[in-house]
Design a protein around this ligand. Sequence first.
Ligand code: ITT
Length: 246
Amino acid sequence: MPSASSPSNRRQGERRRSPRPPPPLTRSGDASDPIAPAKPALEPRSVQHAPRPRLVLATLNRAKARELAGLLGDTPYELHALAELPGAALPEETGDTYRANALLKARAAARLTGACALADDSGIEVAALGGAPGVHSARFGGPGLDDAARCALLLDALRGVPPEARAARFRCVVALVDPEGREHTAEGFVDGVITDAPRGTNGFGYDPLFLYPPLGRTFAELSPEEKARVDHRGRAVRAARHFLTG
Ligand code: ITT
């Protein structure tokens, strides 16, 4: 496993997260690992279970990792967030499609950890902008912007566009790669409308701008459970489940 390195000796084309020294990936059940289940007290030999296979969530976006963990909690896997691994890194997203980028991320995490990896590449497609920012959603407006600034930029780009022309679609492709190199992908999407001002505080990214008409609320006004039932990520993960559960 590689050790954390300073930005100066970082390999070109890598994205890294190093906000705080994280626990090792293999140390599951540690309270400092936000998604690993608490480790139970040692059980008598007769009721000890076979170790569960590991599934690494190949994302450096903690909000996305939380959503994926919520969607995968009832699978037979022990979940680990790549962001918790010292020196966690993902390649630059050089693909032209969500599928290509999801596979890039899942392959890199499977190689790094020797475990099964699940990545998600996703974005928002705005009809009045010809489908932009789409696969470039995380980089809309260039580097250095946060979610609020990207939302403000999107609202600016749609200034004067009437409600009936503000259609948008969230799309997500989930990629699964195992250490033997077997690969699967699945897609989900959800349609909505871009509001004229942010609404709600839940979720992340463009959620405060994405009105989901069947519920009359933005994704940022939904609970995590409500969002997972209808959003692009929930749909993609449910479409991929049979690859996980055999
Ligand atoms: P990783 O690559 O590390 O997974 P990322 O945030 O860069 O993290 P993507 O490349 O898939 O992930 O970019 C997706 C962007 O699209 C994300 O940063 C948000 O801006 C937006 N997005 C995707 N899903 C979203 C959701 O459920 N709610 C709000 N915005 C979302």
